[in-house]
Design a protein around this ligand. Structure first.
Ligand code: HEC
Ligand code: HEC
Length: 357
């Protein structure tokens, strides 16, 4: 109410100022103009989230989403019955596990930190080093990852799924017309369809739609600094990241600032191309305030430190405490609401653990 009254007053003042323009051509930029300029700039570089991430190749059908959701939360398909996708991508932690590096079947340590799966389908590739080409590919390969589900091979996976009640029918429904729908590719397609529904619009999307007051003045200052400091050279698009690779440590070795104990060579270990040394996928910054610890190795606990490190090693800039605080405030506006089909775990067909043999 108060804000509306102030805006009305500003609008009226604007009319008077328009009349004054004729007499005094040089006017200071009004707050409202600065807001519009910032909004237009933000709209150019960053985009609102879509309602889902369906593509023609990967449609989101209700039967696939329902199956994918059950599979995402089901630990019984792992080698020791303890690992589901939700173990490391937990709703309570915005689809992460809160660990520097995840632990999978038989407590085996992963080499890297678990990013969130929320909005992950927006990315041009998956994993820190981009060695998974899609959500579907990623989900399928998790099944036999030694530090993930830990299954020895896909045949063991199929035995586990078919031994559990309900799944045969669900696969049949989701993949009509297929003779043997229970197969690793379809596990990937079903989970991928589910993940493509996991988008988290936030106040920042309201802002991009034109509701400038959806962000506080502080958050708007942070947005301006995020743009002007140069963060948007890498973190752009609807995910505020996820669109390209970049070297971590453009101007200085990253581990000098992160204190990383082990030096990860990044994409170099995937391609063996010297140009890929210390190159990682630029991560999505949607919900970043909710997903510590930060970076591929979880080496930094606080978002303010991550922002400071980024400015230093990517852009050779020493940000003031105020600058860091403002940018952190802006990043907080990227925290969205988690979808109901993620926050509420499905109830799975009742059956004791079976090893599927
Ligand atoms: C043991 C923990 C663990 C389990 C179980 C697990 N993940 Fe992950 N997930 C990770 C880690 C760690 C990474 C990062 C791997 C890397 O980049 O090297 C990751 C990466 C991802 C990514 C890529 C995100 C990005 O921004 O690049 C997606 C998507 C994902 N996981 C989905 C899934 C799905 C679906 C399942 C179940 C089929 C699953 N995960 C099971 C730990 C886990
Ligand atoms: C040259 C490209 C580039 C620029 C510029 C850049 N970043 Fe990054 N950013 C990256 C890459 C690559 C990573 C992943 C580093 C890693 O962990 O391997 C990253 C990671 C991050 C993370 C950690 C995210 C997570 O989930 O762990 C934050 C936060 C971040 N950047 C914020 C910023 C801010 C704020 C700025 C501006 C001050 C900025 N970045 C500038 C490329 C860039």
């Amino acid at each position: 109410m108060m804000a509306r009254r102030i805006r009305l007053a500003q609008a009226r003042a604007g009319v008077t100022m328009l009349a004054a323009v004729v007499l005094a051509p040089v006017q200071p930029v009004r707050a409202a103009d600065a807001d519009t300029t910032l909004l237009n700039e933000a709209r150019e570089i960053l985009k609102a989230l879509p309602t889902d991430i369906a593509t023609s190749e990967h449609p989101v059908t209700p039967d696939r989403v329902e199956l994918g959701r059950a599979l995402f939360f089901d630990p019984r398909i792992s080698v020791d019955g303890t690992v589901s996708c939700a173990r490391c991508h937990q709703p309570a932690l915005y689809a992460t596990d809160g660990l520097a590096r995840s632990r999978g079947a038989s407590n085996k340590l992963n080499p890297r930190n678990a990013p969130t799966v929320l909005n992950a389908g927006l990315q041009f590739t998956q994993h820190w080093r981009g060695e998974r080409k899609s959500l579907e590919d990623q989900a399928q390969q998790s099944l036999i990852g030694p530090a993930s589900f830990g299954n020895p091979d896909y045949a063991a996976v199929i035995r586990r799924i078919t031994s559990l009640p309900g799944y045969a029918e669900m696969f049949q429904k989701a993949f009509t017309g297929e003779k043997e729908p229970v197969k690793p590719e379809n596990w990937g397609v079903a989970i991928g369809a589910y993940e493509r529904t996991l988008v988290t619009p936030s106040r920042f999307d309201d802002y991009l739609e034109g509701r400038v007051e959806a962000l506080s003045a502080l958050e708007r200052t942070g947005l301006k600094k995020f743009i002007e400091t140069g963060c948007v050279a890498c973190h752009n698009g609807p995910g505020v990241g996820g669109g390209r690779f970049a070297k971590f440590g453009v101007v200085e070795d990253y581990w000098k600032e992160t204190g990383s104990q082990e030096i990860d060579k990044g994409r170099f270990d995937v391609t063996h191309d010297p140009a890929d040394l210390y190159v990682f996928k630029v991560p999505v910054l949607r919900n970043v305030a909710m997903t510590p610890p930060y970076f591929h190795d979880g080496s930094v606990n606080k978002l303010s430190d991550a922002v400071r490190v980024m400015a230093k090693v990517q852009l050779a800039k020493d940000l003031s405490i105020d600058d860091v605080d403002d940018i952190v405030a802006f990043l907080g506006s990227l925290t969205g609401k988690q979808p109901a089909q993620f926050v509420n775990a499905p109830v799975l067909s009742a059956a004791g653990f079976t090893d599927g043999k």
